[in-house]
Design a protein around this ligand. Structure first.
Ligand code: FAD
Length: 150
């Protein structure tokens, strides 16, 4: 069975609140641990960017379940490709609200990886989206001033 990495963006529903994000994280950690899925979920400015890594069938099932979720809409598949090693193996899923990180550092990363200071993941190409998520994961790990650790 092959390992795959899938990246997509979506628009959060306007009424999405903190309780919804916590609920999503609870379900994600529970299900992803069982399914051997790892990854990262970024949320900012009404948008999500998520990476899912795992065996092909599990990534596929998880993605199809997620896109039917009424808490977001207009999912856009950015990439889905075979991989040899996971890049986000330390998290069965970790939600990061970009507003909880250092504003200037997030802006620098957004500019570096998308050419825009605004977080618009639906405009990122596969290379940009992966590099952005890797750097956000590193920034999250070294940040000791996280307002809310979801
Ligand atoms: P449970 O965990 O038992 O559901 C718990 C509660 O969540 C329900 O009682 C209900 O209140 C609420 N809920 C469940 N589904 C929905 C829904 N479709 N709409 C509104 N409320 C709902 N799931 C994963 O397994 N892995 C992921 O990585 C993952 N990432 C997500 C990323 C995003 C941006 C979003 C929006 C959702 C994500 N989810 C993820 C959640 C996924 O869409 C399903 O809701 C979840 O997998 C259902 O799990 P479950 O059947 O075990 O439900």
């Amino acid at each position: 069975m092959n390992l795959y990495r899938l990246i997509y963006s979506s628009h959060a529903n306007p009424d999405l609140g903190l309780a919804d994000l916590k609920n999503i994280m609870e379900s994600s950690i529970k299900n992803n641990q069982t399914d051997g899925i790892t990854g990262l979920l970024c949320h900012a400015d009404g948008m999500f960017l998520q990476v899912l890594e795992g065996y092909q069938d599990k990534v596929n099932q998880t993605y199809h379940r997620i896109v039917q979720d009424s808490r977001h809409h207009t999912p856009m598949l950015i990439s889905c490709e075979p991989i040899t090693t996971r890049a986000f193996e330390i998290w069965s899923m970790q939600a990061i609200r970009l507003t909880d990180l250092n504003k200037e550092q997030v802006k620098t990363l957004t500019l570096r990886h998308s050419g825009s200071a605004i977080f618009q993941p639906n405009r990122m190409n596969p290379r940009q989206a992966l590099a952005f998520m890797k750097d956000i994961g590193i920034l999250f790990q070294v940040s000791d001033d996280i307002i809310l650790d979801l």
